[in-house]
Design a protein around this ligand. Sequence first.
Ligand SMILES: *Cc1c(COP(=O)(O)O)cnc(C)c1O
Length: 398
Amino acid sequence: MLKAAKEHILDINEFPDIIMEKGEGMYLWDTEENIYLDFLGGWAVTSLGHSPKVIQEALKEQSETLVNASPSFYNKPMVEFAQYLAKHSCFDMAFFGSSGSEANEAALKLARKYGQKYKNGAYKIVALKKGFHGRTLAMMSATGKLSWKEKFEPKVVGFTHVSRNDIQAMKAAIDEETCAVMLEPILGEGGICEMDYDYIQQLRKVCDETNTLLIFDEVQTGIGRTGTLFAYEQYNIEPDIMTLAKGIGGGFPLSTMLTKKELNIFERGDQGGTYVGQPLAMAVGLAVVKEVVDKRLSDNAMKMGEVIKQRLENLKMKGYITEIRGRGLMIAFDFAIEKASELTKLCRSNGLIIRERDERTIRLLPPLIVAENHIDKMIELLEKSMEEILIRYGVKMK
Ligand SMILES: *Cc1c(COP(=O)(O)O)cnc(C)c1O
């Protein structure tokens, strides 16, 4: 089967020589029946763990009722889901898509519409250095990743990037041609770096004063991961637009752009898509978010996040780790030596899935259902793997 994979799957990734076959809760199994404890969750996607009953049931029930009507009709789960999201957030209205990039595209189109309507055609977007917003051409332009700067030129124009937590730089970057500021409240792909409370408070003020929209990309931070249903709640402000994906579908392709009723300004034909409000996705999304709310999984994320950080502190005391960052179940740590990709690989062969960001930083984004016994096991496998690598490179520890 591996041979067929190499011959027929476009080579876009350093795929390891395993083929995943089954998932349940915190665990994955490959075709050779190796078992893996999953602390990456498909990059913060499997919020309820693997193959949760909630998703199985939503899919079964909805697929027996209606798989697809048409994007030009309302459908029942779509209306129920939009209503539920409005009830549990500061927003009123939803647009549904399939990926985070698609929701972000919708957000920027809405912002440009706003610029045309209310700000003399303002079209520019200010985003953050090290920010990440997706892989479509416009989102690669929005993304502040240095290594992407020269890729697939020419890019979509109108983006500037400033450093995080620097309100002066932000003020200087916003001008009369700026329609929106877009940022992640915690940089995910950028290495789990948080925005300061004061920075976001001031940013909201600056946006209000300059008639600029504030867009929160909560594709990674949203749906309970940082300890509240949405990360913006912890900053005591309301963004004008928020995008969600990853955790909202629990593994099913689903994304959302939420906004206020004042921004219900798209003209007919401005925005759409074949799978807008796809009933299976809507039923799954509603079931996932309900489960997160009803089971208070954001509280669990906060609690278990603290436990993980405490355990990592022990490894820091031993000198295996140099820094720990993050909030809730969005956690990163720096390995003592620049061999993070080797550590990822060894952990995998020892039965633990984590992921390096670069040769220094490792990220942990486990499902929100993670419990202490999983954390004990993760730390055991991580420590064992770290020791092996440190010995391999002759690093002596205390
Ligand atoms: C993953 C991610 C995206 C892109 O989502 P896709 O579903 O891969 O298009 C956008 N923004 C953030 C913050 C992300 O973490």
